[in-house]
Design a protein around this ligand. Structure first.
Ligand code: FRU
Length: 297
């Protein structure tokens, strides 16, 4: 029989509130546009698990050729991902994982490594290994999502080795949102006169914390660390001196389309594809912005 040569790919996106998500959609769309035989259907889960489950059910009912999903949270989306996979639809889980591996492939950054790298940076800021001293407030991303846990675990694996470093707050869920992080940071600053580092699980939340501090003129006393490093967002904030560091979290948009097509064309693909990261501080932020023509030489 002849291989099928036109494909409908459904993409269930968790939300579009962060610029990172818009870039992710854009990268998936522009990669798909290079292939005239591909139709990409994008659905926005609007940060709601029931909405995202309904989007997945729509793709299953339509019998699309492949599904890409970046799940809002792990537990609430696992059953519907497994249902699609068991119905014979190739499923690509992107950025946030589910609770088992009954899918075709996972593509995303190594969030444990990112957490460790951020932790090593915090230790450096606070005086270096064995000598570090200071206080940290951590602002979690969505507590039900895998990147938040990995970013926490990697960070504390490194930082907890330092007897002189103290975590000031209990795990607080900022749900990846700037405004929630603003509140968490404002409350932490009210409770503590001295905070040396605020580690937030993404750049929008690190920026929310920065705004809360600058509103009460404490931004100069605190180092803000985020994750994502979108040039026009986190990298720009580092360049402007608002964030101290951010760590690249590439979107899996383009790779997801390429991997899905390879699979649909009968090629073998890996079970997991891990995307690279990079540390961005005031040392390299400018070069990145110049490269993206976001500032003038
Ligand atoms: C966007 C986002 C990113 C973060 C990723 C984690 O919704 O919060 O900022 O890196 O999701 O899954």
């Amino acid at each position: 029989t002849l291989a099928k040569d036109t494909f409908i790919i459904g993409f269930s996106q968790a939300t579009t509130t962060e610029p990172w998500r818009l870039l992710f959609n854009q990268e998936a769309r522009s990669e798909a546009a290079k292939h005239p035989n591909v139709t990409l259907l994008v659905r926005n889960g609007q940060d709601s698990v029931p909405k995202q489950v309904a989007d997945m059910e729509e793709f299953i009912a339509r019998k699309v050729d492949a599904i890409l999903i970046s799940p809002k949270e792990a537990d609430g989306l696992t059953a519907v991902v497994n249902k699609a996979f068991n119905a014979g639809i190739p499923v690509f889980v992107l950025d946030r994982d589910i609770s088992n591996d009954h899918y075709t492939q996972f593509i995303g950054g190594d969030n444990i490594l990112i957490g460790r790298t951020a932790g090593a940076y915090a230790v450096e800021l606070l005086g270096g290994r064995g000598k570090a001293k200071g206080t940290i407030v951590e602002i979690w991303g969505g507590m039900k999502s895998t990147p938040a846990h990995d970013r926490h675990n990697g960070f504390w694996e490194v930082v907890s080795k330092e007897a002189g470093i103290k975590l000031l707050n209990k795990a607080e869920d900022g749900d990846w949102k700037q405004d929630k992080a603003y509140e968490i940071a404002a409350n932490a600053m009210e409770a503590h006169d001295r905070i040396d580092v605020i580690y937030a699980h993404n750049d929008p939340m690190a920026y929310g914390a920065y705004l809360a501090a600058s509103d009460i003129k404490r931004e100069k006393d605190i180092a803000f660390i985020g994750i994502d490093a979108i040039p026009g967002e986190g990298v720009m904030w580092v360049h402007e001196g608002k964030l101290d560091a951010t760590f690249l979290y590439k979107t899996p948009g383009a790779d997801a389309i390429r991997q899905a097509l390879m699979f649909l064309q009968g090629k073998e693909i890996d079970k997991r594809l891990t995307l690279p990261t990079q540390r961005i501080t005031s040392k390299n932020a400018k070069d990145i912005l110049l490269k993206h023509k976001l500032i003038k030489p």
